[in-house]
Design a protein around this ligand. Sequence first.
Ligand code: CP
Length: 323
Amino acid sequence: MTSAAPAETILKSSHLLGIEQLSVPEITALLDLAETYVALNRGADKKTATLRGRTLINLFFEASTRTQSSFELAGKRLGADVMNMSVKTSSVSKGETLIDTATTLNAMRPDLLVVRHQDSGAAELLSRKLDCCVINAGDGSHEHPTQALLDALTIRRRRGAFQGLVVAICGDVLHSRVARSNIHLLLKMGARVRLIAPRTLLPADADRFGVEIFHDMKKGLQGVDIVMMLRLQLERMSGAFVPSTREYFHFYGLDHEKLKLAKPGAFVMHPGPMNRGVEIDSAVADDIEVSLIQEQVEMGVAIRMAVLDALSRGLAKEGRNAP
Ligand code: CP
């Protein structure tokens, strides 16, 4: 089947580097386009020819299950040729730099490059050096734009609108690119954002984000519509940010008892992967009455299809890498 999406340009930029640069109409248009892909993905025939002839490269310098596999599926369902670069067995292991790796791949004329890297700003750097569209799949603690977009799609499908919603983002905000992208997106769309975290897991400038800050989870959860839990990123911690994971769960782990403080009918989200029993109790994570975690994963494929579709429209308009 052919794409049901309208062909008008959605994004002003040729790249998706962060939510900070997106306007409300651009975010809304991406969510609307993603809705068409939710419907497509729920059907028997999930393929379109929207990206036929295009080449997508996934270049992940950090581990990923959800983001990499959903970009791969998204590209394939849109008809692109998809190559997953295995960084571990590539010449990166011989010391080749990010720029040299990316420019080498660029010479093979991909149309879209999805990159995840441990350094904040890596995707932006590549966007200035390469001819293809660059999509940030997570750069250090900076941004993870497609995660925020899929979270927004999940929330909009459940709540209809963002205006007036109260969303609590809880846990390791300091190391979280997911939190940064979600703060940008939710505030732009008119939601109220609360950050709930110990002082050691909040960025020093968090009071300038335009959010409410709580260190007591029981106070912070009162009256919230959405509880967005964050993974405790132990791999990014060089010192002791929390006394112990057991104590962390006692004060900041979400269980049914703490969830009762939120608004009746409040939903729980988590970008994954989860540390069960550390930031979230399995009984909450697996409770299909409240947990949207699997729905977030489903929306991830649709959002990534929408992003690839939107960026490829820009390529066609500019005549760059025209098939
Ligand atoms: N949420 C997220 O980015 O998950 P992965 O690390 O599995 O891609």
